[in-house]
Design a protein around this ligand. Structure first.
Ligand code: NAD
Length: 436
């Protein structure tokens, strides 16, 4: 099948590479010339495990191409996938749909034979109707079905998630669109259920899912605060809760709050849609407020560990919003770092993958370390902000030997508290008070 993907980012690129691997002819379109130039040189502009190999293999086989030309990418495509960004409007909290509408408008000009337009971007309910109107206005002869095809991949696992999706949700009531999409995903038929629903239902499924996951994280974080107050241990509480199959063990890791390019903006858009529809989405609203507050509290916690000494050196392990990605968009780690800097803290930072993206925002306001070891050398406090597995491998003795001070604030509960404390480190984690 010939497929054009508009928007070659964290969603568009793994999707394009995955669809090419399935044997389709894919053209990835982006208006960012530098990104397309990088891809044409055989390099990936983002870090995602397994992506480089997939790009190399499919580009070499001639199944995957990159272009800045909408005409080239769309003209012959049977399926056009919209995967452009839908960032948060900073004033209202709604999703800014201008990129998706612009992409639909630009693509519409080149549509001729029947084309399926699938929206993978996360868009507010009713956006599919508007895309359809735009296409009809620009090109009244265009023969299209506009379907919602929400994306559920997780950054850091994008390739795995592409080939092993939990579910494929399609919002359409068109039989020919359903037939075409069943054909596109036929190799997943044995292992994945395809759910065909009304377009508006599919749009809501994406937001309802992300808001639920964000609330689950916020809930366990509130429980962590409660555990600290009453002398319980959140790790034990989460384990006990997670054994209940109705609750499930996933997303019960207490931490510095949810972040990334999706949960914060999608919860805000959900709350906005609730207000517009005059429906009280009090749980979502509470999670948003509580999550913002939490990150501020976490920065305070680290500052307290310096005992107010302005010349303290704080080593930061982790800047990406989670492990497995170089993405620092709305990263709790970055929010905390910014707050520490506003309070005059001296920081030396390290992240295995996100240094380039972080440096674009932090500039020369922090020191950069090449390794976790060099980050903590002579530091007074170690703050662990992202759950990269390599951090868990460090022995408390080695950390103690390298640091000047002995305080660790582990916001990801990665190190063994028993071992740290046995080595004389003043170790603080989430959801448990030392000696509690
Ligand atoms: P991104 O910012 O990484 O990529 C978007 C790309 O679209 C950019 O490269 C941009 O240059 C390009 N673009 C914008 N307008 C264009 C146009 N008119 N023509 C061609 N290219 C254009 O964004 P992302 O993280 O891939 O997210 C894309 C969408 O998918 C968003 O709606 C997001 O909410 C949703 N989503 C993201 C994830 C995730 O994990 N990142 C997961 C599920 C859903």
């Amino acid at each position: 099948m010939k497929i054009g993907i508009i928007g070659t980012g964290y969603v568009g690129l793994p999707t394009g590479a995955g669809l090419a691997e399935l044997g389709n002819e894919v053209i990835c379109i982006d208006k960012d010339e530098a990104k397309i130039a990088t891809l044409r040189q055989g390099k990936s502009p983002i870090y995602e495990e397994g992506l480089d190999e997939l790009l190399a293999r499919n580009t070499k086989a001639g199944r995957l191409k990159f272009t800045t030309s909408m005409k080239e990418g769309v003209e012959e495509a049977q399926v056009v996938i919209l995967a452009v960004g839908t960032p948060q409007d900073p004033t209202t909290g709604e999703a800014d749909l201008s990129y998706i509408y612009a992409a639909a408008q630009e693509a519409a000009v080149y549509l001729s034979d029947y084309t399926l337009i699938a929206t993978k971007s996360t868009v507010m309910v009713g956006t599919g109707d508007k895309i359809e109107q735009i296409i009809k206005q620009v090109n009244p002869k265009a023969d299209v079905d506009v379907v919602s095809l929400p994306e559920f991949l997780r950054e850091g696992f994008a390739i795995n998630d592409f080939f092993n999706p939990d579910r494929i949700v399609v919002g359409t009531e068109s039989e020919r669109a359903e037939k075409l999409l069943r054909e596109l995903y036929r190799s997943f038929a044995d292992k994945t259920s395809m759910l065909f629903v009304k377009r508006r239902s599919a749009e809501v499924i994406k937001y309802a899912s992300n808001a639920f996951l964000a609330m689950k994280i916020h809930y366990i974080n509130e429980m962590a605060d409660f555990c600290e107050a009453v002398g319980a241990d959140i790790a034990q509480v989460a384990k006990g809760m997670g054994l209940d199959s109705r609750i499930g063990a996933k997303f019960l890791n207490a931490g510095p709050g949810y972040g990334g390019s999706c949960f914060p903006k999608d919860t805000n858009a959900m709350a906005y849609m609730g207000r517009q529809a005059k429906v009280n989405l009090s749980l979502v609203e509470a999670a948003i407020r509580g999550n913002d507050l939490r990150q501020a509290n976490m920065a305070e916690r680290i500052l307290r560990a310096t005992s107010g000494k302005k010349d303290s050196l704080i080593a930061v392990w982790g800047l990406a919003f989670k492990s497995g990605t170089d993405d620092t968009r709305v990263s709790p780690a970055m929010t905390i770092v910014e707050q520490l800097l506003r309070n005059g803290a001296r920081l030396r930072v390290y992240d295995p993958k996100a240094m380039t993206n972080a440096a674009k925002k932090l500039g020369n306001r922090v020191e950069y370390a090449d390794t976790p070891e060099s980050a903590i050398k002579g530091a007074d406090v170690l703050a662990i902000l992202t759950e990269w597995p390599e951090f868990a491998k460090f022995s408390p003795q080695m950390i103690k030997n390298a640091m000047r001070g002995n305080r660790i604030v582990d916001l990801r509960n990665m190190l063994s508290k028993e071992e740290c404390r046995a080595k004389g480190l003043a170790y603080e984690c989430i959801g448990e008070i030392a000696g509690g």
